[in-house]
Design a protein around this ligand. Structure first.
Ligand code: GAL
Length: 385
């Protein structure tokens, strides 16, 4: 396994190193980089010396996702991971897929099954970053590396591929301040993500770093398992307490929550839906942005993230060093494991003005999919044809 250090006394929260190590070395200069990194005291360089016995292209990759409410996972993430693994292994590499449908115990059993099936590596998007640690340990004990996908997980994780999640929150928070202006009179409701997801804490921290002292946070809720039905109930409580017309904006941590919030506000009869943020560039969110119901979402290139995870997984199983192949330019600490090699992809704020340059350009959606009859005039208004 790589030179990560795993402690049994979890620290309080996930930390990224103060100085994120940026390894710009490539495979061609690996030896030189090894000397330079070693000379600067970096001991956790690549793991090629300790890699499990290398394999060829005939590999099996376990892929586990946390829920079926979030559209991105089965619409984009898993298909792109599967496709990239086939490309990287001359169509010999295969995947085993499982979705935990919001249940942490189910996900642990799914990991146990992958271990029993002797997969070569696991790509894991955890329902609950803490509850999954024992199953990650079992995989590690069986010599099966685990790559944390999108959400960092606890236990002996070998790699991490995600986005700069604190920046995601900053982008969301900054969008609201730019739209509302800097005034404490502005009352914001926060509908955060799931407490079991470490990303949710990072999104919230990032958003608050932009919102703090610039607006008034009237109410703040977490959304268990990112379930839009939970967000609906929470938002109904807020409307009953504050009155729909006393809400100047809603920070919604992702598009599933945003959709629930906007439905509640429209049912309550607001004259105009106040600015509502989101994340994931769900198709219905892009359409709401065109119609003016949703203010923005955060576009995260799922194909880029999926490719990075597939490349890291194949390299690891084949005994190559993910650091020196520039597949892990950063490193990050979890509450239980330090120096996890990481690859973070930058996010982009998506508004009605850059739909063409983001989800259309990246072939996430076609204009035809977005500009249905219901949204044709909204598309024409921004020249989306
Ligand atoms: C987060 C992920 C987001 C969001 C959410 C819902 O961990 O980073 O993209 O969609 O989960 O599952």
């Amino acid at each position: 396994m790589n030179a990560r250090t795993t402690s049994t006394t979890p620290s309080t929260r996930i930390r990224r190193r103060a100085t994120v190590l940026r390894r710009t070395a490539t495979a061609l200069v690996a030896s030189a980089a090894a000397v330079s990194l070693a000379s600067c005291g970096v001991s956790d360089i690549g793991d090629s010396a300790e890699a499990s016995p290398t394999k060829g292209d005939d590999i099996t990759v376990g892929v586990l996702f946390p829920d079926k409410d979030t559209k991105r996972y089965e619409q984009f993430d898993y298909p792109n991971i599967k496709k990239k693994i086939a490309e990287l292994t001359d169509n010999k590499g295969v995947t085993k897929y499982a979705n935990a449908d919001k249940d942490a115990e189910t996900q642990n059993s799914q990991i146990d099954q992958m271990v029993a099936d002797k997969v070569d590596i696991i790509i894991l998007d955890a329902v609950d970053s803490k509850a999954v640690a024992p199953a990650v340990q079992k995989a590690d004990d069986a010599g099966i590396p685990v790559i944390a996908y999108d959400r960092l997980a606890e236990g002996p994780i070998d790699g991490y591929v995600s986005f700069d999640n604190e920046l995601v929150g900053q982008v969301q928070g900054r969008a609201l301040v730019e739209d509302l202006g800097d005034s404490a009179a502005n009352k914001i409701v926060m509908m955060n993500g799931s407490p079991s997801d470490p990303n949710a804490a990072l999104f919230k921290d990032g958003a608050l770093s932009e919102l703090q002292d610039k607006v008034t946070i009237s109410e703040s809720f977490d959304t268990k398992d990112w379930d839009p039905k939970v967000a609906k109930v929470n938002m109904e409580q807020v409307v009953a307490k504050l009155g729909a017309d006393n809400i100047d904006a809603v920070y919604a941590a992702n598009d599933g929550i945003a959709g629930a919030v906007i439905d509640v506000l429209k049912t309550a009869g607001v004259a105009k839906v106040p600015p509502v943020t989101g994340q994931d560039a769900d198709l219905d969110a892009v359409q709401r942005i065109l119609s003016g119901d949703q203010y923005m979402t955060v576009y995260k290139s799922f194909p880029t993230q999926a490719s990075a995870a597939a490349e890291m997984a194949v390299a690891k199983v084949q005994g190559r060093s993910i650091e020196f192949e520039a597949l892990a330019r950063d490193s990050i600490d979890s509450p239980t494991t330090k120096n996890i090699p990481a690859q973070l992809v930058p996010p982009v704020a998506l508004t009605k003005n850059n739909i063409q340059d983001t989800v259309i350009a990246d072939e996430i959606y076609t204009v035809k999919q977005i500009c249905t009859a219901e949204f044709k005039s909204d598309c024409d208004a921004v020249n989306l044809k």
